[in-house]
Design a protein around this ligand. Structure first.
Ligand SMILES: [Zn+2]
Ligand SMILES: [Zn+2]
Ligand SMILES: [Zn+2]
Length: 139
C-alpha cells in the first residue's frame, strides 16, 4: 500500500518539525524565518478563508420530531347504555373494577360483578374477632 497523501514530511530545513506544503515544505517556524512577509500573506489568506467558511450558512437539519403526546384517556361510564365521558371530579370507581358516572355508581345501578356478600362476611370476621372469640370456651 502506498499512501502518499498521508505521508508526513519533515521540515526541509531539517529542524525536526513537520513541514507543510503551504510553507513550501518548511515548518511554519523555519518558513517565518525565511519568508516573514510570505508567512503573513499565507496566514491572512487562511484567516480570510476561515472567516468565509464560518460565515457560510450552516445547514442545520431540522429534525422535527413529531412526538405524539399521549392523549389523556377519556374515561367513560362503564355502564352499557350510558358511556358518559367522566371528568376527573365525577369518576366513581366501583369495586368491580369499572368506572361509573354518578348515575350508575351504585352496585344497584349497574350489574355489579363484585362479590359483596363475600367481602361482607370477610370484613365481619376481620372487624369482629369476637365472633371467633365467642366460640372459644372459657374454662
Ligand atoms: Zn523547520
Ligand atoms: Zn353512567
Ligand atoms: Zn360495580
Amino acid at each position: 500500500m502506498t499512501s502518499s497523501s498521508n505521508q508526513v514530511n519533515l521540515c526541509v530545513n531539517g529542524c525536526g518539525f513537520y513541514g507543510s506544503a503551504i510553507y513550501e515544505n518548511f515548518c511554519s517556524k523555519c518558513f517565518s524565518q525565511r519568508y516573514p512577509d510570505k508567512l503573513n500573506q499565507i496566514q491572512q489568506q487562511r484567516k480570510r478563508k476561515r472567516v468565509i467558511e464560518e460565515t457560510l450558512p450552516s445547514v442545520e437539519e431540522e429534525t422535527v420530531e413529531e412526538k405524539e403526546l399521549p392523549k389523556p384517556k377519556k374515561i367513560r361510564c362503564a355502564y352499557d347504555t350510558c358511556n358518559r365521558k367522566l371528568p376527573c371530579a365525577a369518576q366513581y370507581p366501583c369495586k368491580c373494577g369499572n368506572m361509573y358516572c354518578k348515575y350508575h355508581r351504585f352496585i344497584t345501578d349497574h350489574d355489579c360483578t363484585f362479590d359483596y356478600q363475600k367481602e361482607h362476611t370477610q370484613k365481619l370476621i376481620e372487624n369482629n374477632p369476637t365472633i371467633k372469640a365467642d366460640k372459644v370456651d372459657f374454662i
